[in-house]
Design a binder for this molecule. Structure first.
Ligand SMILES: NC(=O)c1ccc[n+]([C@@H]2O[C@H](COP(=O)([O-])OP(=O)(O)OC[C@H]3O[C@@H](n4cnc5c(N)ncnc54)[C@H](O)[C@@H]3O)[C@@H](O)[C@H]2O)c1
Length: 281
């Protein structure tokens, strides 16, 4: 159902002062609000693409890996563009190609786990590059291109404030994303642009497929989740749509725990479980 007809997007945004005046490739000829979902080719991002499309948005799906998304583009009715969030030129070009941008959601992410004493610098840098520097670049260009009154959302993590063994780079990056969101919310508020984060717990996507390979790990996640189950990508996507909507019009600089209550308990001992598996204990 398109909610731009029932008031959620009724306010017509004004054009940002510094938007690139070159004709963008993906304009909005329909009057529908446009959403850009970065990291939209898989998992939470793909569910977010579907959720915004179902709400009547024109959706642009951006990802470093567009192969699968290209095949889905017609079925989803979305535009696909390649964007590498670690490359400023790529992010800048992607944003310049989208007109009348109302909502941006950054879902791009990965994790390269390992004990802090053994973690390769390259693994640390890759995680920080994609999760934190990538969020910075997306927020930087979103802040330039989103219309006044628009919305920017970053998918951070429960690990932004709940530490997990073996996850030093990921936890550090996600904590940084939440602070980035808070600073950007302060700076962009004068244009009515809201900037928020979502902190998911365990959500069943390709990113966490490895959890099932470690004996007892999934069970430990669920024991530490009061609602007793993992989340679906759609449950995160629903929150992303809500945050972009007028219903969240007074919400900015927030990091929303969306995890079945897992923030109320403790994070599983990922490293301990992996070591026990390696030791055969
Ligand atoms: N699945 C979970 O349990 C969980 C929990 C908390 C937070 N998150 C976060 O949610 C977000 C989405 O994760 P997911 O579980 O859907 O993972 P996923 O692996 O299914 O999707 C991640 C997407 O990011 C894209 N991506 C990776 N590097 C990129 C780059 N350099 N530029 C552009 N795109 C890039 C990938 O191609 C992929 O499409 C991530 O930021 C992740 O850290 C996931």
């Amino acid at each position: 159902m398109s909610d731009q007809n029932n008031g959620n997007h009724a306010r017509q945004p004004s054009a940002p002062a510094d938007r690139d005046q070159d004709a963008p490739a993906h304009g909005d000829a329909t009057g529908s609000p446009t959403a850009l979902v970065v990291g939209g080719a898989s998992g939470i991002g793909l569910a977010t693409v579907r959720a915004f499309a179902a709400e009547g948005y024109r959706v642009v799906l951006a990802d470093v890996n567009t192969e699968a998304a290209e095949r889905l583009a017609a079925e989803l009715g979305v535009t696909v563009l390649r964007m590498d969030v670690t490359d400023e030129d790529s992010v800048a070009a992607g944003f310049a190609a989208v007109a009348d941008l109302r909502a941006v959601v950054n879902c791009a992410g990965l994790s390269m786990p390992g004990p802090v004493t053994d973690l390769e610098l390259s693994a640390w840098r890759t995680t920080i590059d994609v999760c934190l520097t990538g969020s910075f670049l997306v927020v930087k260009y979103a802040g330039r291109h989103v219309v006044d009154g628009g919305s920017v959302t970053c998918i951070a993590s429960l690990n932004a404030h709940q530490p997990g063994t073996g996850m030093a780079s990921y936890c550090s990056a996600k904590a940084g994303v939440v602070m980035l969101v808070e600073v950007a919310a302060l700076e962009l508020a004068q244009r009515g642009i809201r900037v928020n984060a979502i902190n998911p717990g365990l959500v069943d996507t390709p990113l966490v497929a490895g959890v099932a390979l470690v004996p007892g790990l999934r069970e430990e996640y669920l024991e530490n989740t009061p609602l007793g189950r993992s989340g679906s990508p759609e449950e995160i996507a629903d929150m992303a749509v809500f945050l972009a909507s007028d219903k969240a019009r007074w919400m900015t600089g927030s990091a929303i725990d969306l995890n079945g209550g897992a923030h109320l308990r403790r994070y599983p001992d990922v490293l301990g479980r992996v070591r026990a598996m390696a030791d055969g204990t």
